[in-house]
Design a protein around this ligand. Structure first.
Ligand code: MGD
Ligand code: MGD
Ligand code: SF4
Ligand code: MO
Length: 752
């Protein structure tokens, strides 16, 4: 290849959970010529969606921040990195002096799960905070799955994944992978994998209040009343026990606690008791229960629509329970724990037993919500800032999050942010949230960072690994995202704006190595820590690359620094730019368990206890009231990709979907506006009358509402839409996980 030729590089797409491989062509001027699917990617095999190629537009977006911004007299102005760091030190240390560390807080948003730097280094910043006020997008998303998996199998990461590629029957609740491309089931070309189930003679059933594209492309759409999936699933179990068709595999039964308690807990949930409330007929419930038990293999999968509701944890638990009780857990074609290449909590420690899972190490100050996974529910962030008293939150650090659009009662949160003493945001845009920040620290563009999907591969339908080096060189003054987090950590530790990032990084990796060589279940137990550190630091490796190499080498397939010469290391991944594939998911019970009993807990006490509240909810269903649900669209990505013109062109998608019967009832017509009011707020939004939503349900997507003063997203401002989280209620959370309730919100409609 001559100097003037284009070069081709491969990089995993960081935008959603599907982890598609991209083939990126770069010209000699270091400009992106083309991005398309990598045909040779071991996992995605060329599949991409319309967002994948927009990494180019994101990189080139003139609104994407290239320099830190500091707010001066209410206006954000670009400054040098040195100036920005001094401002951060002054602000944070000032708040610590005046109010103590209990007044500090941090919020981590969704992109962190897709970014190697924060995956490996946000803990440096969070530990240095010295405050329990830690929040993240997990509590507007998947926290119930961590809680259910934690109680049942022993770690928060013990989330079984539906084995899409081998199952004969997929029951999907509250998920729309044709739009989302899947979640906590990493599966590039999820739609293709669904069609493959059908092509091999299997069946796909979709439970959703909306007739989504996924429902349309499946065998059966079960239209359910929002918020009632717990009733529906309890009734499925009730039928299975009543008809004696439940069949736990003997291999699993040998490691199971709580079958009788479970059976007792679902005894009152007969199909006829739940049919009216759920809107699903007795016949349908009974038939689906029988089909699940009769299928050679089956997998139940539930996501956003069953997690972000009042019974989120119960729902996540019932999904796991049905997989176990139908004989489909831990078996090919069922729901399985993964064995990720980089390892996870499910592969660490001693096999088969652990310290288990618990919540409530601390409670939030104002409304006493229990800690879950080291965090408090983001739904209480607003009240923690607004309620005076000791340890009232005065300073906030956001990392790749836009809670002003993405979390409940967002008008209150917006107001709360304006009252903070000091705020720092690590973000690529000046948007609805970061406009409140005193300092914004921009990380490099995705194309200028290295990448490995540490988080998402832990929930993938195959055990794969793929590392991407930066595609483009970043400007020499631009710190990497991990360096920003480490520096922030150093400042919080009191080391000052001039602190030595490399020295902190060295101490982080040293602590990891020292921990591993003294841990009898590590594959480098007993080795010399200095020797390992030397091997890790060859080629002057540091930061994300070095830490990832350590994690890979000490993972389940790891090279273990020579102990396993054919094992995985960063060098192996560098030599395999299309990824490595360790094969399909394999059974892991009992070795994969980390419960204190060494058994699967089918009936954890906190979940069984919540069944009374579930039963009581039957009475509360109001037949004629309207409830709000969300929806995702393929060309949108939560709140932050609306500044990309190729994605937002065409008709505005921020509309309220209303069934023709309801349109008639409330005098609404296509294109006219409807006023939607909830307990906490009201929005006005254009109506789209469609029978793709069930009567009694209004659907508005989240992540819109951009035309806010003080932001810098010119394209997004042209098609601003409205913020649906003005309607979601900060006082309604799933009590066990603290997860926000974002679906099944009681609302009233009024023609405007
Ligand atoms: N294009 C695109 N892809 C994305 C994202 C995006 O914003 N855009 N976001 C990413 C993120 S952060 C996530 S977490 C995943 C989420 O991925 P999914 O879980 O697939 O999320 P949704 O597409 O919102 O699908 C949720 C479905 O639940 C339905 N629903 C609402 N309430 C209920 C209910 O009470 N019961 C039932 N059964 N269904 C209900 C909704 O109608 C909707 O169809 O997607 C990821 N991928
Ligand atoms: N009503 C309703 N609300 C919802 C949902 C719903 O279904 N319905 N879904 C919920 C879900 S599942 C989620 S995950 C949350 C998401 O909630 P958040 O994570 O709070 O919001 P995002 O819209 O993902 O915002 C991401 C932010 O990260 C910035 N960013 C992008 N790339 C990078 C990067 O590489 N580094 C850094 N540092 N910043 C970056 C963006 O500019 C943006 O400010 O929303 C939740 N909110
Ligand atoms: S499906 Fe997700 S990972 Fe794949 S190209 Fe689209 S946004 Fe990227
Ligand atoms: Mo999410």
């Amino acid at each position: 290849m001559s100097d003037t030729a284009n070069r081709t590089v491969f990089r995993t797409c960081p935008l959603c959970e599907a982890t598609c491989g991209l083939e990126i062509t770069v010209n000699p001027h270091e400009q992106i010529v083309r991005i398309r699917g990598d045909q040779n990617d071991v996992f995605s095999k060329g599949f991409i969606c319309p967002k994948g190629s927009t990494l180019k537009q994101l990189y080139e977006d003139p609104d994407r921040l290239r320099a830190p911004l500091v707010k001066r007299n209410g206006v954000h102005v670009p400054v040098s990195w040195d100036e920005a760091w001094q401002e951060v030190e002054r602000g944070l240390m000032g708040v610590i002096e005046r109010h103590g560390r209990g007044s500090l807080s941090a919020y981590l948003g969704n992109p962190n799960a897709h970014n190697l730097g924060p995956m490996l280094y946000s803990s440096v910043m969070l530990k240095s905070l010295g405050s329990r006020n830690i929040f993240s997008a997990s509590s507007v998303d998947q926290m119930p799955m961590h809680v259910a998996g934690g109680y049942m199998f022993g770690t928060a990461q013990s989330i079984p994944v539906p084995d899409l590629d081998h199952t004969d029957y997929l029951l999907m609740l509250g998920a729309n992978p044709y739009a989302s491309n899947g979640s906590l089931c990493t599966a590039p070309n999820y739609p293709g994998r669904i069609q493959a189930i059908r092509a091999r003679g299997g069946k796909v059933v979709v439970v959703d209040p909306r007739r989504t594209k996924t429902a349309e492309e499946s065998d059966e759409w079960v239209s359910i009343r929002p918020g009632t999936d717990g009733l529906f699933m309890s009734a499925l179990l009730n039928v299975m026990f009543a008809e004696n068709i439940a069949k736990v595999e003997p291999r699993i039964a040998a490691h199971l606690n709580g079958l009788q308690e479970l059976q007792d807990a679902v005894k009152s949930f007969t199909p006829d008791v739940v049919a009216v409330a759920t809107g699903v007929s007795v016949d349908t419930i009974t038939r689906i229960a029988r089909e699940l038990c009769a299928a050679p293999t089956a997998a139940v999968y539930g996501r956003i629509g069953v997690n972000t509701v009042s019974f989120g944890s119960v729902n996540a638990w019932l999904v796991n329970v049905i997989n176990i009780v139908t004989g489909n857990f831990d078996k090919r074609g069922g729901a399985m724990l993964t064995t990720p290449v980089a390892g996870s909590a499910t592969t660490r420690g001693s096999a088969g037993k652990g310290k288990g899972f618990s919540t409530g190490r601390g409670h939030s100050r104002v409304s006493k919500k229990p800690e879950v996974m080291g965090e408090y529910p983001v739904a209480v962030l607003g009240e923690e800032i607004l309620t005076p008293g000791d340890n009232q939150i005065r300073a906030l650090i956001t990392v790749g999050g836009n809670p002003v659009l993405s979390t409940p009662h967002s008008a209150q949160l917006d107001d709360a942010f304006s009252q903070l003493d000091f705020m720092v945001s690590i973000d690529i845009y000046l948007n609805e949230t970061t406009r409140h920040a005193d300092v914004i620290l921009p990380p490099p563009s995705a194309l200028e960072k290295d990448h490995y999907d540490l988080s998402l591969y832990a929930f993938a339908v195959r055990n794969v690994g793929n590392y991407s080096e930066p595609v483009l060189q970043k400007h020499s003054s631009q710190p990497d995202e991990w360096e920003i987090l480490v520096k922030l950590g150093g400042i919080l530790q009191g080391l000052g704006a001039q602190c030595d990032v490399d020295a902190i990084d060295d101490s982080v990796i040293r602590a990891m190595v020292v921990g591993a060589v003294s841990n009898s279940s590590s594959n480098i137990y007993g080795r010399d820590a200095d020797e390992i550190l030397q091997l890790l630091s060859k080629n002057h490796r540091r930061g994300t690359a070095r830490t990832l190499d350590f994690i890979l080498q000490t993972g389940p397939y790891g090279a273990a620094f020579g102990n396993n010469p054919t094992g995985v290391s960063l060098d192996v991944l560098l030599a395999n730019p299309h990824g490595v594939d360790m094969g399909p998911l394999e059974p892991r019970i009992p070795e994969g368990l980390r419960t204190p009993t060494g058994r699967i807990e089918l009936a954890p006490e906190p979940l069984i206890a919540d069944m009374d509240r579930l039963f009581a909810s039957i009475e509360k269903v109001q037949q004629h009231d309207m409830v709000l649900v969300g929806r995702r669209e393929l060309k949108s990505n939560n709140s932050w990709m609306h500044n990309i013109k190729v994605l937002t062109k065409g008709s505005l998608s921020c509309t309220a979907h209303v069934h023709p019967d309801d349109a008639k009832r409330f005098g609404l017509s296509n294109g006219a506006s409807v006023r939607i009011t909830s307990r906490v707020g009201a929005i006005e939004v254009p109506v789209e009358v469609t029978d793709a939503v069930r009567p009694g349900v209004v659907s508005v997507p989240h992540g819109w509402g951009h035309a806010v003063p003080g932001t810098q997203m010119a394209v997004a401002a042209e098609k601003a839409g409205v913020n649906s989280n003005v309607l979601t209620d900060d006082k309604e959370i799933d009590p066990l996980s603290g997860n926000a309730v974002l679906n099944a919100i009681p609302v009233t409609l009024q023609a405007v």
